[in-house]
Design a protein around this ligand. Sequence first.
Ligand SMILES: *Cc1c(COP(=O)(O)O)cnc(C)c1O
Length: 389
Amino acid sequence: MKVYLDHAATTYVDEDVLQAMMPYFVDTFGNASSQHQYGQASLNAVDRAREQVAAAICARPSEIYFTSGGTEADNWAIKGIAHAYQHKGKHLITTVVEHHAVLHPMEQLEKEGFEVTYLPVHADGRVDLEALKKAIRPDTILISVMFANNEIGTIQPIAEIGKIAKEHKIFFHTDAVQAMGACPIDVKELGIDLLSMSAHKFYGPKGVGALYIRTGVKPQKLITGGAQERTMRGGTLNTPGIVGMGEALSKAVRDMEKNNEHIRALRDYFVAEVLKCIPDVVVNGGMEHRLPNNANISFKFIEGESILLSLDMDGIAASSGSACSSGSLDPSHVLLATGLPVEYAHGSIRFTFGKSTTKEAVDYTLECLKNTIEKLRAWSPLYADHIRR
Ligand SMILES: *Cc1c(COP(=O)(O)O)cnc(C)c1O
């Protein structure tokens, strides 16, 4: 049996989405910037997708800028705001649990002379709002806090952060890549000034995303060289990708409740069974403010990489931490930030469920997981010590 439990890394393209994209590869291939009918047909499709994306977050179409994905949107939001508003101050605030697409631009800005405060989080992964208030300075220009965490699924108190940011007239950016299609989002109500998203996390194609930029907020242009995206990001538009993103997000929002219910039931069942059947495990992150698709579990005395390899041989795809930092054997910065001891962090696996995951697949995974953990612990000198004690 083949089981894919890594939907936080990427999703397959939904069949309806693929069908919506197909005409834009061959038949309607015009450059959306061309004046002739070929171009106008593509432009109409892009306009429609922009409306779909805007509607999904209660924004205006003119506030949506298509990008190559979440990483680009995060980079643009952070460096774009820093560079455009540095005359007002050179201090930014973020958290220790952000995706590297936020952390690395922040580090780059620090090398340029900006100052960055990295807020700590509670054991459930939520940011400390008191620490946020204390971190604000007269020269703070941006607060960037992710909507939901990609490793442990924690949903941040976005409305509260939006309110604090507004009170202090500081821009608020959120990386909502993991939240799209799972959490209802109204950017106006939540006080969000900039929001990043990526199509391949909600059953759309890879290589396309968007940045919402509230009217009146003016980050530096990202790419010059064309008048596309109101001159902010030059380059011929990826029409099929953009059409796919619009369709995927529309469908994800339309089916949100149904999908969440299905996914949450499977995740809760999985977690309950793991806790019941496997000793010495810890579920990471709180269960209250959490994405319905995420289970992150530490198996003490063994290495996450060995668990993943063994599961992979059984046809099961899961992940240790984020896909972007895999290959490195450092324990996850997110898990350590929640206060999880290093030895637990090393044995942590993220299982992320999807809308077509079945109960059968979860049962098969549970069976394989039990066997894998038993086998690996039988080989583990750490576990032998533990048993002897
Ligand atoms: C996947 C992910 C990204 C990166 O998006 P890409 O489109 O793959 O560049 C950024 N932030 C979070 C939270 C993610 O999960």
